[in-house]
Design a protein around this ligand. Sequence first.
Ligand code: SF4
Length: 304
Amino acid sequence: MEIHALQQEILRLKKARDICILAHSYQAREIVEIADFSGDSYQLSVQAKTAPQRTVLMCGVRFMAETVKILNPGKTVYLANGGAGCPMAEQMDRELIEALRPSYPGYTVVAYINTTAALKTICDVCVTSSSAVKIVKKLDNPNILFLPDCNLGTYVARQVPEKNIKLLQGGCPIHARVSVREVEEARAAYPDAELLVHPECVPRVVERADFVGSTSAIMAYAAASERREFIIGTELSIAEHLSYRCPDKRFYPLSKDLLCPNMKLTTLMDVYHAVCGQGGEEILLEEETIAAARRCIDRMIELG
Ligand code: SF4
């Protein structure tokens, strides 16, 4: 079946079966086009709450589907491709952090939303890349253990120098591989372009950017800016989506390696099979896990 016909069939089936499709911004364009909502992981979880459908299909990676389930325990939540995990979220588990915690007595444990539901149950507060600085500033405790992303953690520590922020050596292998040499090459190739970078990149790349922000902040900045050209330092899909959204502007990926294979595991056929009831993986979490992880996310909502 060709792409447009497959998309039409998915739209027909999701309506007939009362399914809300959520697509993370790093998904391919043909999936974003048939989604009820697209955006970053936190935006999607919140959108799932307002959606009237009882069933939610997440096109993204596992921790995102878990977050949707934690915030919407009454809904049936599927991950479109059950093999789609996030390497960063899987770098640190609950047992590791429980073992490390005695080394950080009295510290507030701040978890990036890119963590498993099980790990969130023992953390104090969640953050997203867009809310991390604001939330860490608001915490009463001056001592913070930030996990798992040491690059985002370094960015936060530089913005909030009054806090004592300890980092662990985790991070996104996709964003972390962007080099200063690639920044210099892109600057030379596109001298009129602004460089917009995600804080999951290494500090030496982040400090060379004109704008640092989450995926949604980068998209909003580029759309609102009067500038015409942008070098995009986050997953390749964002430059592509922006090219469609702002056809009068030019978007250049900072690196051809900014491709997340985990995000790209999900195909339109996976979505089709899931809305047919013959694919996807239902996210099942224990009630205690949902309740404990929810405390961590609710604190983020309260402070963010
Ligand atoms: S881009 Fe990085 S953080 Fe995002 S899903 Fe892929 S590996 Fe995980």
